[in-house]
Design a protein around this ligand. Structure first.
Ligand SMILES: Cc1cc2nc3c(=O)[nH]c(=O)nc-3n(C[C@H](O)[C@H](O)[C@H](O)COP(=O)(O)O)c2cc1C
Length: 180
């Protein structure tokens, strides 16, 4: 037997990322985003869905560029903080000690301390209701050298990404690799 729990965003698991932008004045900002995912393979595209009330929304609309920064688990405090404060009234980089790096490919900063940085150019904006979805074409993916294997491929066990479960609002590590 199944029971309806209504319409909700129980989609497991969500990746947890930090989205980097510049505001209209060029000040770097960063926010936590769980509503993100791959939406196309060629050209490689990912989406981030952002509420209009956020400071990042204005920046995304103005600059049409963003970075998606994948945290390692030791950045959990920072990822939580940047998801609970606004760049409208806080310099989150100064507050956390994180370092914004100017991308040479898109008009958005990536974050030095995060092991994976994905630089995106906005190619589509879709107002879905509470959230607006920004689809970004990936211009480059930068991975910290010690998280790459001999074939130059990212190693998940070294990156140690964080997952988010919309149902309970907690953060999770990834589980064991499964064999078929
Ligand atoms: C775990 C977590 C996930 C979040 N996911 C999203 C999201 O997907 N979209 C969104 O608009 N806000 C999301 N937020 C809230 C924003 O990060 C928050 O509103 C932030 O203060 C916005 O920053 P800004 O005003 O500097 O842009 C999330 C917050 C947390 C803690």
């Amino acid at each position: 037997m199944k029971e309806s729990v209504g319409t909700s965003t129980f989609m497991y698991p969500c990746p947890l990322v930090a989205v980097g932008t510049y505001d209209a004045a060029g000040k770097p900002n960063v926010m936590t985003v769980a509503w993100t995912g791959v939406v196309n393979g060629n050209p490689a595209c990912i989406s981030v869905s952002v509420r209009k009330e956020t400071y990042s929304y204005q920046a995304l609309m103005t600059r049409k560029a963003f970075t998606v920064n994948i945290p390692s688990q030791d950045l959990l405090k920072e990822i939580d903080y940047i998801g609970k404060t606004s760049g409208r009234d806080t310099d989150k980089f100064a507050a956390t000690g994180l370092t914004p790096v100017r991308s040479t490919l898109v008009d958005a900063p990536y974050i030095e301390e995060f092991p994976v940085n994905i630089e995106c150019q906005v190619i589509r904006v879709d107002d879905l209701g509470l959230h607006t979805m920004f689809i970004g074409e990936i211009k480059d993916v930068k991975v910290r050298s010690d998280c790459l294997d001999e074939s130059h491929m990212p190693v998940t066990e070294k990156i140690k990404p964080v997952a988010f479960l919309p149902g309970d609002g907690h953060y999770y590590a990834l589980g064991k690799r499964l064999e078929v």
